[in-house]
Ligand binder design. Structure first.
Ligand code: NDP
Ligand code: GDP
Length: 358
């Protein structure tokens, strides 16, 4: 190990952002550690896809298990911790609100307590989210670091708890703890349950004849969608500043789910997209965030960061990747375990549909 080599510990390394951040930090010359939790089936496909699995050190730990987190921080002895681990799906947080609170709220607190008690100058990045804004009272306005937070899900509420802890621990104990308030960011490595990847994966399957219809919930919701590899650079920049602070990371452009659908069908060269898309009440959420649009002025001026990938390019990258996965499958070259639409193919009862007292 080089004398000046920095080391980073990434929680959530097996997720979308964890994989891209790993690649980014390795290219910067970091020694990268990550925690992973024991699953019955290993979940290393993203790290494998980016060819970084053999360049990192993995430590088994769980965000709900303080002892394992302490062990991970002690073993890695990192200069920087990127806390990306989360139950990250808003929809699931309505089904599992308590585990969401434990992983997304208490988990970051445990890491802060570990840093405080070890008394090491570890810089801490917390994956905060535009979901904090929730149902803004001021309609259709850009959201920045000063905007009001009005969460509308158990996910956002747990993340809000962690958000405030960063500020409190830096003011109370001088810990270098920062929030990146990241607006939605997507990529070919996005989980299939999120709407963008569900759309690009389904349209690729429709194009190749594997699927007939795409079922969606609220198509009027608007999101400020960016490209994940652009966003992990911002995470790193946030920890390289003189002072700890909070930053909005966004593209400053918003599009509806409907626009995402239209653009994906356009890229696929399929006309009359309405023929293939149906909305379903069961895919609507009990409570919705209707409109997200960021204002990244602070990160542009202080971090010198700006998004490189725009909406149309993002859609194309995601569609092309899904199309190529399914094309390989069609040719018998590869099973698309990274594109398999299992969520859609399985009958998963939503909370609102389960009424044991009936
Ligand atoms: P993913 O869902 O792709 O990844 C989540 C990661 O957290 C996975 O590695 C998962 O592990 C891990 N994890 C979940 N529960 C635990 C646990 N109990 N113990 C240890 N690890 C756990 O999320 P993204 O990469 O998209 O997002 C990264 C972070 O950024 C998350 O905190 C998310 O909430 C936040 N965020 C994301 C945005 C986005 O648009 N992507 C927007 C704003 C914030 P496993 O593989 O085992 O499931
Ligand atoms: P979120 O912004 O973190 O909740 O990211 P998602 O990708 O899960 O959802 C983005 C928006 O798409 C939300 O407003 C959802 O209600 C809406 N949406 C509409 N149909 C669907 C669907 O079938 N799946 C998901 N995940 N979201 C959908």
């Amino acid at each position: 190990m080089g004398f000046f080599m920095k080391s980073a510990l990434i929680t959530g390394i097996t997720g979308q952002d964890g994989a891209y951040l790993t690649d980014f930090l390795l290219k910067k010359g970091y020694k990268v550690y990550g925690i992973y939790r024991r699953n019955s089936t290993p979940n290393f496909w993203r790290l494998h896809a980016l060819k970084v699995l053999d360049k990192i050190s993995l430590i088994p730990a769980d965000m709900t298990d303080m002892t394992s987190l302490l062990e991970a921080v002690t073993v890695a002895n990192p200069d920087e911790i990127y806390n990306l681990a989360a139950q990250s799906y808003v929809g699931a947080s309505f089904d599992q609100p308590i585990v969401t609170a434990q992983v997304d709220g208490i988990g970051p607190l445990m890491l802060l307590e570990i840093i405080r008690s070890l008394n090491r100058p570890i810089r801490f990045y917390q994956a905060s989210t535009s979901e904090l804004y929730g149902e803004a009272r001021k309609l259709n306005q850009q959201q920045d670091e000063e905007s009001e937070f009005r969460p509308t899900s158990p996910y956002a509420t747990a993340k809000l708890y962690a958000f405030h802890l960063m500020r409190i621990y830096r003011e109370a104990y001088g810990i270098f703890a920062c929030n990146g308030i990241l607006f939605n960011h997507e990529s070919p490595l996005r989980g299939l349950e999120f709407v963008t990847r569900k759309i690009t994966n389904s349209v690729a399957r429709i194009k190749l004849g594997f699927q007939k219809k795409l079922y969606l919930g609220n198509m009027d919701a608007k999101r400020d969608w960016g490209y994940a590899p652009d966003y992990v650079e911002a995470m790193w920049l946030i920890l390289q500043q003189k002072r700890p602070d909070d930053y909005v990371i966004s593209t400053n452009e918003t599009h509806s789910v409907r626009e995402f659908v239209e653009e994906t069908f356009r890229v696929a060269g399929i006309k009359n997209w309405e023929k293939y898309v149906e909305t379903s009440e069961t895919l609507k959420r009990p409570h919705e965030v209707p409109y997200l649009l960021g204002n990244n002025s602070k990160s542009r001026s202080v971090l010198g960061w700006e998004p490189k990938t725009r909406f149309k390019e993002l859609v194309k990258k995601m569609y092309d990747a899904d199309y190529s996965r399914w094309k390989k499958f069609q040719k018998g070259e590869q099973f698309p375990w990274d594109a398999f639409n299992y969520i859609e193919d399985i009958d998963i009862l939503k909370r609102s549909e389960r009424k044991p007292w009936d």
